[in-house]
Design a protein around this ligand. Structure first.
Ligand code: CS2
Ligand code: MN
Length: 360
């Protein structure tokens, strides 16, 4: 077993990038996929999964990793539909496992998925990247939602910011009003404990993605924000199928988080590695930069080395990239910069392999 390199693809007709393009990036074996038309809570049917399998087959890509199967708000808030939606989730796991899926990435963020204030912030080299201006995320989530929706072009949706959900923003906020951080934790643990028996039986790993950014926003509690939270999650549901999607960019948006330390500490419980580099500003703002170590502050060299040193056997993918060479693409998910990121990561990895062999 060895580390496997993946590439996130939003599906036929939902991505500017083709599988043929991805095939030409050296080293990619896994397509990180999802059924993006499904709403949280719906069962993913076998026929729908089979369609994706058919698309990947000619290229020889595996479909081992899904990102994401999103969680219904009733599961997060312990709402009236919780039991039914957990049942649906379990059915989806069963269906996915029949197609060889091994890792399910998900997140437990209330209302919003990742949050940025500028999707096309100009960098000094002429490219653009996603930017987070701390002062702008104050109290008006509606303004934020409108901005994000205005950027959804050509029917391409941003996961977590589906227009159907954003139209119900007031309702969603109301549902979370009485949910404290402790209750949200309890609801996450309840959900995972309900899933673990089927995960054990089928060999499927649930891999939680951290909250992005890793702090409370709009008065909503956020859980997976630092090392203490990871420790709590992994020790409370202490099962090898309760795993992490360790997103270096999400965690390192808080300069206090040391992602390489997290890798060293929890290597065996990381099913999926997201590698993203961010640069901090003294006022707390941050921007996503190239994967090159010195372009940002995430510590990419240390992180990749930590994975290599610990014998990481999971899946890895470049996370958000910049928009370069005038590419028209989904914010953060262009072909070019993510391909550069892969070559950088594999460059480090291959050299570490060589050095290790030389010693042996
Ligand atoms: C993001 C997320 O950092 C990331 O990978 O683009 O949208 C991520 O896919 C979800 O939070 C996972 O559930
Ligand atoms: Mn990520």
């Amino acid at each position: 077993m060895a580390m496997k390199m993946g590439f996130r693809w939003f599906g036929e007709g939902n991505d500017s990038i083709s599988l043929a393009d991805i095939k030409q990036i050296p080293g990619v074996t896994s397509i990180v996929w999802s059924l993006h038309h499904k709403l949280p809570g719906e069962v993913w049917e076998k026929e729908e999964i089979a369609k994706v399998q058919k698309q990947l087959e000619p290229y020889g890509f595996d479909m081992d990793v899904v990102e994401s199967v999103n969680i219904h708000d009733d599961i997060k808030t312990a709402g009236p539909g919780r039991a039914r939606y957990i049942e649906n989730y379990i059915q989806t796991i069963k269906n996915l496992s029949q197609f060889g899926v091994k890792v399910i990435c998900y997140n437990f963020m209330p209302v919003f998925d990742w949050t940025r204030t500028n999707l096309f912030f100009p960098l000094e080299d002429g490219s653009t990247a996603m930017y987070y201006e701390k002062a702008m995320i104050q109290d008006d989530p509606r303004q934020m939602a409108e901005y994000i929706l205005s950027k959804q072009r050509d029917g391409m949706t941003f996961p977590g910011w589906e227009p159907e959900r954003m139209a119900r923003l007031d309702e969603l906020f109301a549902a979370y009003r009485g949910v404290s951080k402790e209750q949200l934790w309890a609801n996450l643990i309840y959900f995972l404990e309900a899933l673990m028996p089927v995960c054990r039986e089928l060999g499927v790993k649930m891999a939680i993605h951290p909250d992005d950014p890793p702090w409370d926003i709009f008065g909503l509690p956020r859980l997976i924000i630092d090392e203490a939270a990871i420790d709590k999650l992994l020790s409370t549901v202490d099962d090898p199928h309760n795993c992490l999607t360790l997103c270096s960019g999400s965690f390192s948006a808080n300069p206090k988080n040391n992602v390489a330390d997290m890798v060293r500490k929890h290597c065996k419980r990381i099913a999926f590695a997201h590698v993203r580099n961010v640069r901090h500003y003294p006022n707390g703002d941050f921007v996503e930069v190239s994967h090159r170590d010195r372009d940002g502050h995430s510590g990419i060299l240390d992180i990749v080395k930590a994975y290599h040193d610990c014998g990481f056997e999971g899946y890895m993918r470049p996370d958000h990239g910049r928009h370069i060479w005038n590419e028209k693409c989904r914010p953060g998910y262009g072909l070019y910069d993510r391909a550069l990121g892969i070559m950088y990561m594999l460059g480090i990895w291959d050299m570490l392999d060589k050095l290790k062999q030389g010693k042996g």
